[in-house]
Design a protein around this ligand. Structure first.
Ligand code: TYD
Length: 259
């Protein structure tokens, strides 16, 4: 890998943690390049609707009970009826104008999900991250390998050693100079996701957001464990504060850790 003059900062957190807002604000403050996964490249924008899908009204327990209580996505990812999808009226248009049905994307096997996430990461690195780091820019990544360990590892129960091996293949060994977990309790995250009206919510929530409190709980615990086990590479920040306070704390943390 060529010498990298810039720094890579990854922001991590469960859905509803407010991490994307913070990533944008941090990139602005630092004059850094902002990337987001999945979806930060042309390839990623093709993969994103496949990976995230969308819940829809009447799509099992998500539309029926309180968000987060239903088992959707909380069992094996391949629970849905394989091949039952149709490209009917529920299909959503991709940026390329083609259509992906929520039914089609409801049954992604965990390893398939993992490899698609990693394909997105490899492309984001090649297209956005490495060129920026090589020219000396700082990069703020809205999700990076921490998401894969937390969601596919702790969330989907893929063995962590296997994950570390394939993640290293996808990244070519590139690791963030600092990974910051914007931490919020699951209850707070679900309340934030719930602020949208119930109908709008069931139409717009993605597979991960509708996966339920147990799933998000495993992901959050996983994040905290990762941060505890790598204090040299990770930091945790309280994501329950008002947005501007969290942003200030985040910037202070970056300055103290990376100069
Ligand atoms: P997105 O709508 O971008 O969520 P957010 O704004 O919270 O970042 O959706 C990204 C989803 O993809 C999120 O639920 C986490 C999931 N994900 C993984 O499961 N593994 C990964 O490696 C990455 C990058 C994301």
């Amino acid at each position: 890998m060529p010498a990298l003059r810039g720094r890579l900062i990854a922001l991590e957190g469960i859905d509803g943690s407010g991490k994307s807002t913070q990533a944008g604000m941090l990139a602005d403050s630092l004059g850094a390049v902002l990337t987001a996964e999945p979806g930060g490249t042309a390839l990623g924008r093709e993969l994103r609707p496949l990976l995230l899908g969308r819940s829809k009204v009447g799509d099992g327990p998500v539309g029926d009970g309180p968000v987060g209580d239903g088992p959707v996505g909380d069992g094996p990812v391949g629970d849905g009826p394989v091949g039952s999808g149709t490209t009917g009226s529920d299909a959503t248009a991709t940026p390329a104008g083609r259509t992906v049905s929520p039914d089609d994307v409801g049954s992604i096997a965990p390893i398939a999900e993992l490899l698609l996430m990693l394909a997105d990461r490899a492309q984001d690195i090649a297209e956005n991250i490495l060129p920026a780091l090589e020219r000396g820019s700082w990069v703020v990544a809205d999700r990076f390998s921490g998401s894969t360990l937390a969601y596919q590892g702790f969330g989907r129960s893929i063995d962590l050693h296997t994950l570390e091996t394939v993640v290293a293949v996808a990244t070519g060994g590139l690791e963030p100079d600092l990974t910051i977990l914007v931490d919020v309790p699951v209850k707070v995250a679900l309340e934030r996701l719930n602020r949208t009206s119930a109908v709008e919510l069931t139409m717009t929530m993605d597979r991960f957001e509708s996966a339920g409190a147990d799933f998000l709980g495993r992901v959050r615990d996983g994040y905290l464990e990762l941060a505890r086990s790598r204090p040299d590479a990770w930091a945790v920040i309280d994501g329950t504060l008002p947005v501007d306070d969290t942003a200030k704390a985040l910037l202070g943390l970056v300055r103290s850790r990376l100069g």
